[in-house]
Design a protein around this ligand. Structure first.
Ligand code: HXC
Length: 228
C-alpha cells in the first residue's frame, strides 16, 4: 500500500515477475476507512493477514518554534496515527482468524535519543515504541507479536536525494557510521522478514536496531588516540 498508484503497480509487477502474488491498494494510512478497505481487500485476496509492516512515514527538517500545527499534524498523523490505524485494522483480523500474526513497525533512533530538527517525527516514533510494548502485552493472548525495527542510514534513492545529494555528503554520512558504510536495503528487509517468521515466535515488544552502530557513535576521547 502507498498513496500513489504508479509506484505500487511497478512494485506489484516486480513481485509477480519474481513468481509471487501481489495486491496493490492505493491507501492513505491517515484515513481509517481507507485502511479498513486495504485490510478487507487483503483478507479477500489471501484469506488472512499474517504480517503487517508499518513502513509509511513523512518527515521534514524544521525548527520546533517554526513548526505549524498543521505541519506537526501532517507528520504525526502519518507516522503515529497511521501505524495505530493499520495495527488496529490488521490486529482485529488476526484476532478473528485465530491464527495470530506479526506486526513490525519501522522507527528511528531519535525515538529514544530525541531528534533536534525533527520534533514531530521523533515524538511520533517514540509513540510507536510505547504502542508496540502495549500491544505486545494486550495481544500476546491472541498469538500476535508486535515489534519495531530501527534502521540507520540506508542506501535508497529517496533517502539519497533528500539526505545525501552529493557523493561528498554520502561519504560524510558513511564515515559517521562505525561500520563505515550505509546499510543495503536487503540488510533491513531480511531482519524485518525474520521478525515475522515462526523462528521469532518468542520475540515480542522488542526493538531491533540495524544501524552499523550509528546511534552509538560519539567522538569521546578517540581524537587523542588518533593524534598519537
Ligand atoms: C516546514 C512544512 C514542510 C517543510 C510541509 N510542511 N513541508 N513545514 N518545512 N519542509 C507543512 C506545510 O506547510 C503544512 O502546514 C503541513 O506541513 C502539511 O503539508 P502538506 O504538504 O499539505 O502535507 P502532505 O501533503 O500531507 O505531506 C506530508 C509531508 C510530506 C510529511 C509534509 O513531506 C510527505 O508526504 N512526505 C512523505 C515522504 C517522506 O517524507 N518520507 C521521509 C520519511 S523518512 P501549513 O501550516 O502550512 O498548512 C523518515 C525517517 C527519517 O521519516 C529517519 C532519519 C534517521
Amino acid at each position: 500500500a502507498g498513496r500513489r498508484a504508479e509506484p505500487l503497480a511497478e512494485t506489484a509487477a516486480m513481485i509477480e515477475g519474481a513468481g509471487g502474488t501481489a495486491l496493490a491498494e492505493p491507501t492513505d494510512v491517515r484515513d481509517p476507512e481507507q485502511v479498513d478497505a486495504l485490510m478487507h481487500a487483503a483478507v479477500d485476496t489471501f484469506g488472512r493477514i499474517d504480517c503487517l509492516v508499518n513502513n509509511a512515514a513523512g518527515n521534514f527538517v524544521v525548527k520546533a518554534e517554526d513548526l505549524s500545527p498543521n505541519g506537526w499534524r501532517a507528520v504525526t498523523s502519518i507516522v503515529l496515527d497511521g501505524s495505530f490505524l493499520c495495527a488496529r485494522a490488521a490486529g482485529r483480523r488476526m484476532i478473528e482468524s485465530g491464527e495470530g500474526g506479526a506486526i513490525v513497525s519501522v522507527i528511528a533512533s531519535y525515538a529514544w535519543t530525541g531528534g533536534p530538527g525533527t520534533v514531530h517525527s521523533a515524538a511520533a516514533k517514540a509513540g510507536i515504541m510505547a504502542m508496540t510494548k502495549t500491544l505486545a502485552v494486550e495481544w500476546a493472548q491472541h498469538g500476535i507479536r508486535v515489534n519495531t525495527i530501527c534502521p540507520g542510514p540506508t542506501a535508497t534513492e529517496g533517502a539519497g536525494a533528500a539526505l545525501w545529494p552529493t557523493p561528498e555528503d554520502e561519504g560524510r554520512v558513511a564515515s559517521s557510521v562505525p561500520v563505515g558504510r550505509l546499510a543495503r536495503v536487503e540488510e533491513i528487509a531480511w531482519w524485518t522478514t525474520a521478525l515475522c517468521a515462526p523462528q521469532a515466535a518468542y520475540i515480542t515488544g522488542a526493538n531491533l536496531t540495524i544501524d552499523g552502530g550509528h546511534w552509538l557513535e560519539q567522538e569521546g576521547y578517540m581524537g587523542a588516540l588518533k593524534q598519537e
